[in-house]
Write a protein that binds this ligand. Structure first.
Ligand code: PMP
Length: 439
């Protein structure tokens, strides 16, 4: 690892001695998600700022991948966790009763409008639960999801995931057919919005039901309101309405994977609210637990009418995670998050668009609320992942944390509590990184 950071990426001179020592150990004894992009050894954090083991501070513009919406070390979340820890950490909510998961369920009902919740611990488990509920309810066995999508890595959700070929290629799948998402910057159908008439959404009816699947065998369409790992892709306003219409007309369930977009990330509680669409089932995780592992699958009780025991787990509704989750949601509600996220998001996008004048490598700036993608291109508009990664490394040297997504995109998903001064600083440093990476 050390050699890689030092020789290949030229990054090691920005790392302190303690971090060096830790990275120098055999970190491979832990199987990691991807190759780690930065030699950062974290120690503690507050708000939007992470401090490493050598006391160096980094501004986190990705919030631990859209998790720390209420900020690191949020005092209200910490107090809720401590109070619960004094009593007990875990009870096995599937077998006994307890107040924290129930209180959280009431809060989720209020925020989401769904009357019932299934608790789990992660995004992939929430999606997995939704697949099982859709199969159970419809007695059908085929699924539809979208090219470029990401829904998780366990076997069911991996069948839906389409953005990472490497993760899929060795594993068997549930039968899933992929349809085109509305990626207007690079339209897969080579059409132009709005004259296209949202042809991509109609593909489900025009193509899939004619050639590949029958609607009578299809249980559900799984969709991200904004594609996350696939490149922070925001569809035009009519897209989700059209997919909703197709699901309703063909008697198929619509499942919104709000794992990355939910919990006020785009302004409203669910990103689907921006599109005035209500899914039959919605999945949450990431930011839901305020930093603790917490996932949820939500639907109305008429739909989620499976008897207890059809699906269950050990840690769902864990007391600490429930307490943290409730404190986080209450904090975000109280902070008037929706308005702030909308305003801050559009001002950041505006300023990133201004960078386009000086940096022709910025092909597209898009997003909703504080989920913002910057697509890096070559002069001929083709993708440029090498330059993208160079910009990211320069940003790291400037001590701002950003991450890639899609083929050639830089994502911004800061804590929703990021201050105006931090945004100014982050954008100033991002501009420096763009300069240093060359245009
Ligand atoms: N769905 C979406 C939309 C996601 O972005 C992710 C994680 N990036 C997942 C599901 C999987 O979540 P987890 O890593 O918690 O399993």
């Amino acid at each position: 690892d050390l050699d890689f950071f030092e020789q290949e990426l030229g990054l090691l001179d920005v790392v302190g001695p303690k971090a060096r020592e830790i990275i120098g150990q055999d970190c491979d004894i832990v199987s990691a998600c991807e190759a780690r992009p930065y030699p950062l050894v974290v120690d503690r954090a507050r708000g939007s700022v992470i401090r490493d083991v050598d006391g160096r501070e980094y501004l986190d513009l990705v919030a631990g991948i859209a998790v720390m919406n209420a900020g690191y070390s949020n005092p209200e979340i910490k107090a809720a966790i401590s109070a619960q820890l004094e009593k007990m950490a875990h009870c096995g909510y599937g077998d006994f009763f307890a107040e924290p998961p129930l209180k959280l369920a009431k809060k989720l009902r209020e925020l989401s409008g769904y009357s019932k919740v299934f608790y789990c611990n992660s995004g992939t488990e929430a999606v997995e639960a939704a697949i099982k509920l859709a199969f159970w309810k419809t007695k059908r066995q085929n699924l539809i999801s979208f090219y470029n999508s990401f829904h998780g890595r366990t076997l069911g959700s991996l069948s839906l995931t389409c953005s990472k070929v490497r993760q899929k290629e060795h594993f068997p799948s549930i039968r899933t057919v992929h349809s085109h998402y509305a990626y207007c910057y690079r339209c897969p159908l080579k059409l132009e919005y709005p004259s296209c008439g949202i042809e991509c959404a109609k593909e489900i009816e025009n193509l899939i039901f004619r050639r590949e699947l029958s609607q009578e065998d299809t249980a559900a369409v799984f969709i991200e309101p904004i594609q996350g790992e696939g490149g922070y892709i925001v569809p035009p306003p009519e897209f989700h309405k059209e997919v909703r219409r197709i699901c309703t007309d063909n008697n198929i369930l619509l499942v919104a994977d709000e794992v990355q977009t939910g919990c006020f990330r785009t302004g409203p509680f669910f990103a689907m609210e921006n599109f005035e669409v209500r899914a039959d089932i919605s999945c949450l995780a990431k930011a839901l637990g305020g930093g603790l592992p917490m996932g949820a699958m939500l639907a109305d009780s008429e739909l989620m009418d499976w008897p207890s025991g059809v699906h269950s787990n050990t840690f769902g509704g864990n007391l600490l995670a429930s307490a943290a989750s409730l404190a986080s949601l209450e904090f975000l509600e109280k902070e008037n998050t929706e308005n702030r996220v909308r305003k801050l998001g559009s001002s950041i996008r505006q300023r990133l668009r201004e960078f386009q004048e000086n940096f022709s490598c910025i092909g597209d700036v898009r997003g909703l609320g504080l989920m913002i993608g910057v697509e890096i291109i070559k002069p001929d508009k083709s993708i440029d992942p090498i330059r993208r990664d160079k910009i990211l490394r320069e940003a790291f040297k400037e001590r701002i944390l950003l991450l890639p997504c899609g083929d050639s995109v830089i994502r911004f998903s800061p804590p929703l509590v990021i201050t105006d001064e931090e945004v100014d600083l982050g954008l100033e440093k991002f501009e420096k990184a763009l300069k240093k990476a060359g245009n």
